[in-house]
Design a protein around this ligand. Structure first.
Ligand code: EPU
Length: 324
């Protein structure tokens, strides 16, 4: 059966049902594929509605099947990592969410040549811990970034003066047409919190270059230093990490703080009292609350400092410029 059998419109429940029914038989048994999957619990800020279609592909082949079928039916595809830098709209996502939750993508394989292969679904916390155990150093700064490798590549995530692409040799990714490709660091267009190629493709894994091997104790010590620093300066309540990018040469957190916004609230969305560039969910915040608060912050910081803050978190399935 092909997706040509899907004849209804995307606003129509049957459109999504028929897509699922047509594609499900072509997928492996371990691939999860569902309708109306709630997404809030799959994000760290715990906001938002359901995915019209949701899959956890268990193989490259299933990734390809799903992506090619979605493209043929005109269905947009959205990768989902750890959901740590993500705000899901209250109405959910009109598309196919592809999550790297299957164990097939959580690989951690030190190689004889000293490089390290990691799957895109591997959590940064686990990468950091496993590397420390085998004495591979250079990944300590990733401790405490609550994402996985795929999300960190897409966002070029960073902390403690380092960012993901500092340690990347090459990335394996799958494009929207289902083509799998490996690109070296030099071939990729990488910037602060951005990797151009991964805006339209999904990372499957990466080859990383550790710094020279060292003793496991000093790696563990460095991880502890970063952990302590972060625990003192960042909130533990549900959040999506830093909400805004740092403007060149400045700190969004400081600007928001200096604008008197700590504790500012819309519904259950609140500017953290600990770090002003975090919006925390105080219970049952909605994406509408969060967007209203983002608007308020941008206006106040612009009025007080003449700086237009740009959101860092993704608004899933939408563009910030359409809601701000
Ligand atoms: N500051 C304030 N008030 C606040 C928060 C910060 O005055 O409420 C001041 C601090 O005192 C400091 C300066 O602002 O002088 C910078 O703050 P911080 O050291 O916390 O760093 P940051 O620039 O706010 C960046 C990343 C974080 C990362 C930390 C630690 C961005 C947008 N943020 O924060 O990344 O964890 O450095 O390395 O690049 C993220 O991207 O989601 C994220 C949390």
């Amino acid at each position: 059966m092909t997706t040509a059998t899907v004849s209804r419109l995307p606003g129509d429940v049957a459109f999504w049902d028929e897509f699922l029914a047509a594609v499900r038989p072509r997928l492996g048994e371990t691939t999860k594929f569902t309708r109306e999957e709630p997404l809030a619990a799959k994000t760290t800020i715990r906001i938002g509605g359901a995915a019209r279609l949701y899959a956890e592909p268990g193989s490259v082949r299933d990734f390809q099947t799903l992506m090619v079928a979605a493209a043929a039916a005109g269905i947009p595809v959205f990768p989902l990592g750890r959901g740590s830098n993500l705000v899901v709209p209250d109405e959910g996502v009109a598309g196919l969410v592809l999550a790297l939750a299957h164990e097939a993508w959580a690989g951690f394989e030190p190689r004889p040549d000293g490089l390290l292969w990691v799957g895109a679904g591997l959590r940064l916390k686990n990468l950091c811990g496993l590397a420390a155990k085998v004495g591979l150093t250079g990944f300590e700064f990733l401790e405490g970034i609550p994402g996985n490798v795929g999300g960190a590549l897409r966002m070029n995530a960073g902390a403690m003066g380092g960012w993901m692409f500092d340690v990347v040799e090459e990335v394996r990714f799958i494009s929207l047409d289902g083509t799998v490709r490996t690109a070296s660091r030099a071939e990729l267009h990488v910037d602060y919190r951005h990797c151009a190629e991964l805006q339209t493709a999904i990372a499957l894994g990466a080859l990383l270059r550790p710094v020279a091997p060292t003793d496991t104790e000093s790696v563990a010590r460095q991880i502890d230093v970063y952990k302590k620093k972060r625990q003192e300066s960042q909130p533990r309540d549900p959040s999506a990490g830093c909400i805004f990018k740092n403007p060149p040469g400045n700190s969004a957190g400081r600007l928001i703080d200096q604008s008197g916004l700590k504790g500012e609230r819309v519904g259950d969305a609140e500017v953290s009292l600990i770090h002003a560039n975090f919006i925390v969910n105080r219970g049952s915040a909605t994406s509408a609350d969060l967007i209203a608060l983002v608007r308020k912050i941008r206006k106040r910081v612009d009025d007080a400092h003449g700086v237009e803050l740009e959101p860092e978190v993704l608004l899933y399935g939408k563009e910030w410029r359409d809601v701000l």
